[in-house]
Design a protein around this ligand. Sequence first.
Ligand code: NOJ
Length: 450
Amino acid sequence: MNKIENSFLNKNQFGEDFLWGVSTAAFQIEGAHDADGKGSSIWDVFTSQKGKIKNGHHAITACDFYNSYQTDIDLIRELNIPNFRFSISWPRIMPTGVHPVNQAGIEYYNKIIDSLLAAGIEPWVTLYHWDLPHALETKGGWTNRESVSWFSQYVDVCAQYFGDRVKNWMVINEPSVFTGAGYFLGIHAPGKKGITNYLKAMHHVTLATAAGAKILRNKIPDANIGTTFSCTHIEPATQNQKDIEAAKRVDTLLNRTFIEPILGLGYPQADLPVLKKLNNYILEDDLNNLSFDFDFIGLQCYTREVVKAAMLIPYIGAELISAEKRNVISTDMGWEVYPPALYHVLKKFNEYKGIKKIIITENGAAFPDLLTNGKVYDIKRTHYIQDHLEQILKAKKDSLNVEGYFVWSLTDNFEWAEGYNARFGLIHVDFETQQRTIKHSGLWFKDFLS
Ligand code: NOJ
């Protein structure tokens, strides 16, 4: 075969059952923000407000996946990618967040699922990838304890309509990121700030994760049920005790706070004292309702962070030293390119006894791609992916649990507060014309998977 690039990597090294895929999310690709009865999401509202998104970008059309899904599914097939992860937009199928159901929204996801299956591509569905129905946000969104029952209604509907054909489910995507950015820092939708909003959202999202998973288990007995966590390898800036302790607090916040209650270990309050404030919102029976025995855990790792003590920073007493300040190679997101982070994260999560199976449900990089003469030579992204796959191989050689790898993302798309400038795709999108061009990284992945 005519391989497009020499690389020592070979798919067979990962084993026959290793899962290969590509990940996306509804709000980042679909567009069609008010089509066919869809309700507004918190991201529709947030992106319509001035100054929230870089360059005033919004996602009214995004990648127009709503209309051009067949083109993109054909491209997934052309790239030999056997598994496709996408999310369901809650307000598209339940415009007010609760009953009644919008039948047109159900039909839309039915078409996607059927088209994937017809192409021999396995659907992997994320139930919540950050686009809460705005109608629920007016009632407090995730800060309202009612959110657990709103979410349960929604999961029940998804299981009922799609559970006959979708067998792979992820309940919630990166809870630490959307609660931290959306309810503490206010830089993501819904733009709320403060420790109280954050802790309430944290607790309700964790309860909702377990509640949603239980509904899937009851309604779809043969489902493969997971949920995904963002994870970052954390290192102290120096070996001073203060920096070591600061790094431990950051690690607790970013990597442990959401998964540990799910694994039945409770919130890691001893290592991050501010979490003791959660006790104000934990009701009597809650601790029994926070855990679930997931079939797999999705880990999403992009980088490492280096931490120093900073006693003036509230709650955490720590500061991240940016890649720029450290003068290391970074992506368009400002994230250091540091492939061993993936190995370290795998090693760390392998130490939890309660995790049955680990799948890397996201990994990828944003670089400034140039379309010249119909080609995008994104060698940095190609190497980024290859170097991270090397780390997975290293983990496998050390007998660590890791059973799949999904690239973020299929096409360039709407990167939240960064708008369209951070391009993560294996496929380039010209957002003026919606023209798709498979990048060099996509062609490499295609060869690799063939
Ligand atoms: C995490 C999120 O799940 C996804 O929505 C985002 O685009 C990527 N990482 C890159 O930032």
